[in-house]
Design a protein around this ligand. Structure first.
Ligand code: PMP
Length: 464
């Protein structure tokens, strides 16, 4: 493996976050890796691996045993739902469901709502979406509902090709009195755009869609897979109906996605998965099944118990890593996470990653032939930059960066609609994305590497 020279491994402390201190919790930092593919997944801190080992000593199923091990595991598992709720400033654990990832969480909403769509309704989503927040709605509208004789249209709001901003006027035009649901990304994983959720909430509220309970307005789902890792998200302030994110992008291991939904929606909706544990104890008869209380109505079958617990602890560790409150170790405490603590933690992470991104964007602008997509430096954006260099294959670029130890990603990043809409052929770009543990040295080294590789590939285009 390529190793970065030792003297380049030390990150400068920034005004917002002590990166050296953060990095000391991660093994990758000793390997000289320039981890800049964080929009795909982040690295796990050592504490989580240790926690996993500890948990396996009392390894047992939840809600399925009277042993002390089972009771303790159940307690930890249930408390994880409190942590997820606190992280999002959700009213309670009753508003939380756990799935495998964001994709499954959005599919869960789709399958739960499926039969509530009336013939002639529509779903409005955007050309900025990750396939996870487009393909389920495409599938529902084009493949599933037509089989039941119901026609629901999937509409796509445009974005400005120059600025990457969502065309709000177009979105507002598309939303009408037959729009049951508006689905939008909180932060794009390709362009970096952060659509204004408060305005979109207002557009959805004003749609005039007639709900079954007599009230009016469209539901709003936010794909927060790229929003939660670098900003404070308060679901009550945003007043979203559904919000999904993946814990593997917030330091946790793979395998856990969180769905927040308003309690009344979860209470009245049909479950996505049917089976064990999601039923009310003893309330199953051949002709009548009753469901468990929230949130367990949405926890059919044995869940990813250890994954869920460790994911909650990944969140609890963040304030400690960032050093927001020197007097408490939130990772080892069971105290509820106060909203201001979470807000300050994520504001610091956001400021740090935004600073790195802006610096990288400025560097990128000085590379001959390089075009970055999305909002300009200084504007709100996810901490990533996706780019192409005229005459250079983005895959060759990423592979060659990899040889220099810079972990980039080339492809369409599952933002296929936006790549195609921009006329990119192949529909691909090279992307660097930052997390709280990235130093300024990482950024400088990565951008130098982009400059060097670009020069090489232009001189020898056949080089791979
Ligand atoms: N939405 C966005 C904006 C994403 O960036 C991603 C991950 N690239 C997803 C959804 C899907 O996340 P997952 O693969 O964890 O389901």
């Amino acid at each position: 493996m390529w190793t970065r020279p030792r003297d380049q491994q030390v990150g400068l402390p920034t005004h917002t976050l002590d990166v050296d201190r953060v990095r000391s919790h991660f093994d990758f930092a000793d390997l000289g890796r320039v981890v800049t593919n964080n929009a795909a997944s982040t690295q796990p801190p050592r504490e989580l691996a240790a926690l996993l080992v500890t948990l396996t000593k009392g390894y047992e199923n939840v809600h399925r045993g009277q042993s002390i091990a089972s009771q303790q595991t159940t307690e930890l598992f249930e408390a994880s739902y409190d942590t997820f709720a606190q992280w999002l400033n959700a009213p309670s654990r009753r508003t939380i469901a756990t799935y495998r990832n964001t994709t499954e969480a959005i599919n869960a909403v789709m399958y739960s709502l499926l039969t509530d769509f009336r013939d002639g309704d529509n779903v409005v989503t955007t050309m900025l979406e990750h396939n996870s927040d487009f393909v389920p709605w495409y599938g529902m509208c084009r493949e599933i509902l037509p089989r039941f004789g119901r026609h629901v249209e999937c509409r796509l709001a445009r974005f400005d090709h120059r600025t990457g901003e969502l065309d709000l006027d177009h979105l507002a035009e598309l939303v009408d009195h037959r729009t049951k649901l508006v689905c939008v990304t909180g932060a794009s994983n390709f362009l970096g755009t952060k659509p204004p959720l408060t305005l979109i909430r207002a557009i959805a509220d004003g749609s005039g869609y007639r709900r079954d309970d007599g009230s009016s307005g469209s539901l709003l789902l936010v794909d927060a897979a790229q929003l939660v890792p670098s900003s404070y998200v308060d679901v009550q302030r945003l007043d979203v109906d559904y919000l999904a994110f993946s814990c593997h992008k917030v330091l946790a291991p793979f395998g856990v996605g969180i769905l927040y939904a308003k309690e009344r929606l979860l209470a009245q909706a049909r479950p996505f998965l049917y089976g064990g544990d999601m039923i009310a104890t003893g309330r199953v008869a051949p002709d009548r099944v009753e469901y468990n209380d929230l949130p367990w109505k949405y926890a059919a079958g044995t869940p990813n118990i250890l994954g869920v617990i460790v994911s909650a602890y990944a969140l609890r560790l963040l304030p400690d890593l960032v050093g927001v409150d020197g007097s408490t170790r939130w990772f080892t405490s069971t105290a509820p996470l106060p909203a201001p603590l979470v807000a300050e933690t994520m504001n610091r992470v956001g400021r740090h990653t935004a600073e790195l991104t802006d610096l990288a964007l400025c560097e990128a602008m000085s590379i001959d032939g390089l075009s970055c997509y999305g909002p300009a430096a200084g504007l709100p954006r996810s901490p990533l930059l996706a780019f192409n260099v005229a005459g250079v294959d983005p895959f060759a670029l990423a592979e060659n960066l990899g040889r220099l130890g810079v972990e980039a990603r080339a492809g369409c990043h599952c933002a296929t609609l936006a790549h195609r809409d921009l006329g990119l052929d192949p529909p691909a770009s090279c992307r660097l994305s930052f997390a709280l543990y990235n130093s300024r040295d990482d950024m400088t080294y990565a951008m130098d590497a982009v400059r060097r590789v670009t020069d090489q590939l232009r001189r020898r285009p056949g080089l791979t």
